[in-house]
Design a protein around this ligand. Structure first.
Ligand code: ASP
Length: 612
């Protein structure tokens, strides 16, 4: 079979374009053979491109073309010229936008053949494993759902750009070859050839550059930008991912929130969804107390504090630690539970959680011994008929109640209850139906702690990143110098930051903060993180210097574009909305990256590989 060249032939339409109104016209389409049916006298081809499919008919009236069509196979690339014909009423396909017509071919050019692919783009639901999909990504991306996902991604990005442009933001690029940006992950390093033994780091975020753009007076910056973090990958992470990154001068938290709500609304509308704004706000402390997590899922009721309903004696009998919170979880519309379901509840607690907390899901049993307790709990929780109420409390322990440990156990009860709440919610999702698509519950979480204690290294870490401003009222707690940096009991643990997260349905969509704009405060924060003057100068000298030259108050945020598109597409993983993603082992199965390099390349970079 000879291949043809295009020889100047141009397509007149795309494969998804032709309608009844085109009947009688002579047109030329080009694309891939999606499916072929050979009925002897008649050959039908579904011709596919990004826009859709058109049925092409080859009949024996045109013997040469018909004969050529007999050799066509799936994924061959062809150009067809022919006449658009209205189909008979009976043979119209209502499910296809082009289903009213077909093209009667008068000329066929075979532009390219295809080997039989390992799976066919036309088989939407074929059970292809993901490794094969990623290895043959070029075939996989031909599938209509991948095409739709990437088209949606494009449209969402355009909507965001347009919205931010309308809000006065400039898109400005920042370098990829740079130095380390402290976002708490490992850097990807790039060796410098010119400066032997020195390395660039790929940015974990454009954080420092966007702050410098504020110092430079750009007022409102944004960028849809790739960020790189070398972390152990979980299902919803990628080593390189895309952020919608922005920064603005002279903002209050309100100003940042309204900018974000604006471009999110534009993105959601692009995908045909709506939500109401402004989003509710909640402090970190309230989030932990009411939801046991810093990214509350508001689609289900908050937890209720029911400690008041318990007498000391009941606590004692039930093995509940007296000084700790007791909370009730309510999951609506669960209805009667089977014996089996109740047994399965026991497996919802992870073994580590089970050391700290216990739960009670059988109200009838509690009621038999303590009717007043159950009445009081019901008054507080106000369950409706059919709601499942579960009480969560701290395990009685003999450990001494050292204040820091008690505080930690407090949080552990809330967090344990929060995880159980989500586990129950997942288990009964089919009954409460709150998790159905289109139920968008956004939230701003504010007032995060400034520092987190790192047990392993026995030091304080920045809970967000070190450029986040502490609350103005908490500044006095910064004075402890380098000694405080290693002191678990220092006042650093009580400092609140002006960081905020935007949360959707229990997922963190983005984080940001109002920044430090005064150099001495920035220095003190670095100090609280254990950096002496020397180290500050070495790592951040250029930035500390920049802060001295008229830095305006500024703040910003970054949101994950991949995750937003995943949610809007209803896709099960980030890999479905990233054209060329990496596996959980950070490899690219199509190109086989990472790969070894030649000795000559290594030599040029003055790098030797240690062979173990
Ligand atoms: N650079 C931060 C991050 O990537 C976001 C921000 O604070 O604007 O999480």
């Amino acid at each position: 079979m000879e291949l043809d060249f295009l020889a100047g032939l141009q397509r007149t339409h795309r494969c998804g374009e032709l309608r009844a109104a085109h009947a009688g016209k002579t047109v030329t389409l080009m694309g891939w053979v999606n499916r072929r049916r050979d009925l002897g006298g008649l050959i039908f081809i579904d011709l596919r491109d990004r826009t859709g499919q058109t049925q092409i008919m080859f009949d024996t009236d045109n013997a040469a073309v018909h004969e050529k069509a007999a050799d066509l196979r799936s994924e061959f690339v062809i150009a067809v010229t022919g006449t658009v014909k209205l189909r008979d009423e009976k043979t119209r396909n209502k499910n296809l936008p082009t289903g009213d017509i077909e093209l009667i071919a008068t000329e066929l050019r075979l532009l390219n053949k295809s080997e039989l692919p390992p799976f066919l783009p036309s088989e939407q639901n074929a059970n292809v494993n993901e490794e094969t999909r990623l290895k043959y990504r070029y075939i996989d991306l031909r599938r209509s759902d991948m095409q739709a996902n990437l088209e949606l991604r494009h449209k969402v990005a355009i909507a965001i750009r347009k919205n931010l442009n309308d809000q006065g933001f400039l898109e400005i690029e920042t370098p990829y070859l740079t130095r380390s940006t402290p976002e708490g992950a490992r850097d990807y390093l790039v060796p410098s050839r010119v400066h032997a033994g020195e390395f660039y780091a790929l940015p974990q975020s454009p954080q420092i550059f966007k702050q410098i753009l504020m110092i430079s007076g750009f007022d409102r910056y944004f960028q849809i930008v790739r960020c790189f973090r070398d972390e152990d990958l979980r299902a919803d992470r990628q080593p390189e991912f895309t952020q919608i990154d922005l920064e603005m001068c002279f903002p209050t938290e309100d100003a940042v929130f309204s900018v974000v709500e604006g471009f999110l609304k534009a993105s959601w509308e692009t995908a045909g969804f709506e939500f109401s704004a402004p989003f509710p706000r909640m402090s970190y402390d309230d989030a932990i107390r009411n939801y046991g997590i810093d990214k509350p899922d508001l689609r289900l009721p908050a937890m209720t504090d029911v400690a008041d309903a318990f007498t000391a004696e009941i606590k004692q009998t039930l093995g509940i630690e007296p000084g700790l919170p007791i909370v009730a979880i309510r999951i609506p519309n669960v209805g009667e539970l089977s014996r089996k379901e109740r047994d399965e509840h026991k497996t919802l607690l992870q073994p580590r959680q089970a050391q700290n907390i216990k739960f009670f899901d059988d109200f009838k049993r509690l009621e038999k011994s303590w009717p007043e307790l159950v009445t009081k709990v019901r008054e507080l929780v106000k369950p409706s008929e059919g709601d499942l109420t579960v009480i969560v409390a701290g395990h009685q322990s003999t450990a001494d109640a050292e204040p820091r440990r008690l505080r930690r156990m407090h949080t552990e009860v809330y967090q344990g209850a929060g995880l159980l709440r989500l586990a129950f919610a997942q288990k009964y999702a089919a009954r409460h139906k709150a998790f159905e698509r289109g139920n968008w519950k956004f939230l701003w979480v504010t007032d995060f702690p400034m520092f987190e204690w790192d047990e392993q290294d026995a030091r304080w870490n920045a809970a967000h990143h070190p450029f986040t401003s502490p609350h103005e009222e908490d500044m006095s707690k910064l004075g402890g110098g380098l000694a405080a940096a290693r002191d678990v009991n220092s006042a650093l643990g009580e400092m609140r930051s002006r960081a905020y997260d935007v949360v959707l349905n229990g997922m963190e969509l983005g984080s940001g903060s109002i920044r430090i704009h005064q150099q001495p405060i920035q220095s003190k924060i670095f100090e609280a993180l254990g950096m002496d003057d020397e180290e500050q100068k070495r790592r951040f000298g250029f930035f500390l210097e920049a802060l001295r030259y008229g830095t305006p108050p500024h703040g910003g945020i970054a949101l994950g574009l991949d995750r937003i598109v995943m949610l809007l597409a209803g896709a099960p993983s980030l890999r479905e909305v990233i054209p060329f993603p990496k596996t959980a082992a950070a490899t690219d199965l199509m190109t086989d990256a990472p790969t070894p390099v030649t000795d000559a390349q290594l030599k040029e970079l003055s790098i030797g590989i240690k062979k173990s």
